[in-house]
Design a protein around this ligand. Structure first.
Ligand code: SF4
Ligand code: SF4
Length: 230
């Protein structure tokens, strides 16, 4: 089997003398000089990403737009019913179970230290929610698994840091990120029941193949799940 050699066509003498290749290149440059620029001069200029963009995560709070199943999940997980402004997180760890890098999460809950006759006796609150975003692949599976629409991905993309430690975001930072995002773009992203709008879903309903895969491969609940429901 022969090898066909390909390469640039040798220049003719005329092309060499009059720098015709150079002139052709210059012509292309000049042509594009007058066209509208589609790139931006980051970081002096920034673009607003599309609403389905998967940037830094956030944790949403209770604001009256919770989905219809929210209360039943709170009851099932024996979580103290959150007040408006408190986190929607019920420490179910579904996000962690769905994550391809589960160790990036540190989610903990604690029973409330209240007397037996207190209405919140025996109930828990989420106490720790840390995410190490340096390990995140930004796949978005955690947001799909969350039963309370608590964990979301925002449009923040300019991530940089001098230390690995600063990639670990705690619940306060994540909550602030979500609050800012919801105030800025919540209407675009969520419907009135807090769920993702159909056209903003990671996998739209019409993607039946994906839907089936998800149904048959529900996240495996971690070994601590029983503790959560105890
Ligand atoms: S986006 Fe993907 S990798 Fe990142 S935390 Fe969520 S599930 Fe894990
Ligand atoms: S899935 Fe949602 S509610 Fe459950 S631990 Fe994760 S963020 Fe909290």
């Amino acid at each position: 089997m022969g090898i066909k050699k390909v390469g640039a066509k040798p220049q003719t003498l005329v092309e060499k003398i009059f720098f015709l290749d150079f002139i052709k290149g210059l012509k292309t440059t000049i042509k594009h000089l007058w066209k509208k620029v589609i790139t931006v001069d980051f970081p002096y200029e920034v673009v607003t990403p599309p609403i389905r963009f998967r940037g830094i995560h956030g944790l949403r709070t209770v604001d009256g737009t919770e989905n219809p199943e929210f209360d039943s999940w709170v009851k099932r997980l024996k979580i103290k019913p959150p007040e408006p402004g408190e986190t929607r997180c019920i420490a179910c760890k579904f996000c962690q179970a769905a994550c391809p890098v589960p160790e990036l999460f540190d989610i903990q809950s604690e029973k409330l230290d209240v007397p037996e006759d207190h209405p919140h006796y025996g109930l828990k609150v989420m106490t720790v929610f840390n995410m190490d975003l340096s390990k995140c692949t930004f796949c978005g599976l955690c947001t799909q698994a969350c039963p309370t629409d608590c964990i979301i991905m925002t449009d923040i993309y300019d991530l940089s840091s001098y230390t690995r430690k600063s990639w670990v975001l705690d619940k306060d930072v994540l909550t602030q990120i979500a609050n800012d995002f919801v105030a800025r773009r919540g209407k675009e992203k969520f419907d009135e029941k807090s769920a993702w709008r159909e056209d903003q879903k990671l996998w739209p309903e019409y993607d039946k193949t994906r839907e089936r895969l998800w149904d048959f491969n529900m996240p495996r609940l971690g070994p601590n799940y029983q503790d959560q429901t105890a």
